[in-house]
Design a protein around this ligand. Structure first.
Ligand code: B12
Length: 166
């Protein structure tokens, strides 16, 4: 509706705020959500690519991870590369998931991949990207070691799936 000029950004903000509240209510219905969210030993660290303002996708994935009992740490809004790097060192996640909405945001993702390339293997997280840009066909040079996934379910389907309690 916004793209067609039928609603203003202010109305969109109101709807987004409403969705975020609903997601929070839903998440609080899970008894284990408290220990699984913002875990200090997360299997998955989820961040927005620097400059990405689309936050709802990561919140939806957070619900999915709680349901699957996979500990996670989700940071919203976006962070600069140096802060993501510090978080990875501190939390040592198996997977760093980055949400990308527009192609130019890939610059910060590539910078991160370059930094982590220098790390010893046991400290290096899998870097997975998803989000609106990926849904719209973004591809990445395989040499960069960045996995591209349209949705988070793919992680559980893939051969190198994350272990989760059923
Ligand atoms: C809401 C919205 C906004 C809001 C966001 C508010 C908020 N707090 O989230 C606001 C107003 C801020 C906004 C701004 C802009 N937006 Co906008 N926005 C949307 C809209 C309407 C919905 C997005 C959404 O929440 N979808 C629902 C969620 C659940 O889906 P999702 O984000 O894709 O996430 C799912 C998957 O992608 C995946 N996923 C997401 N992240 C990750 C990460 C990993 C690791 C994995 C594996 C999977 C994964 O899992 C999620 C759950 O299924 C879409 C249009 C649409 N109908 O989709 C446009 C849209 C995304 N926006 C668009 C644009 C262009 C913009 C602006 C540039 C507009 C402008 N000129 O200012 C700015 C950019 C701001 C920025 N720098 O990011 C375009 C993007 C086009 C593109 N990529 O080529 C879209 C598609 C609209 C359009 N048709 O043009 N936007």
């Amino acid at each position: 509706m916004w793209a067609a000029g039928r609603v203003r950004v202010a109305e969109e903000h109101r709807v987004t705020a409403h969705c975020t509240e609903l997601i929070e209510v839903l998440l609080n219905k899970f008894v284990k959500a408290g220990e699984l969210r913002n875990s200090l030993k997360p299997k998955v660290l989820l961040v927005l690519a620097d400059g990405n303002y689309h936050t709802i996708g990561l919140r939806i994935i957070e619900i999915f991870l709680v349901v699957k009992e996979i500990p996670s740490y989700v940071v919203i809004p976006g962070l600069p590369v140096s802060e993501v790097e510090k978080l990875v060192m501190e939390l040592k996640p198996e997977i760093l998931g980055i949400s990308v909405s527009l192609v130019p945001q890939m610059e910060s993702v590539r910078a991160l991949a370059k930094k982590f390339d220098k790390l010893p293997k046991f400290l290096r997280p899998r870097i997975v990207i998803g989000g609106q840009a990926v849904r719209r066909g973004l591809t990445v040079n395989p040499a960069l070691g960045i996995e591209v996934m349209k949705d988070f379910f793919s992680l559980l389907d893939s051969e190198t799936k994350i272990k989760h309690r059923p």
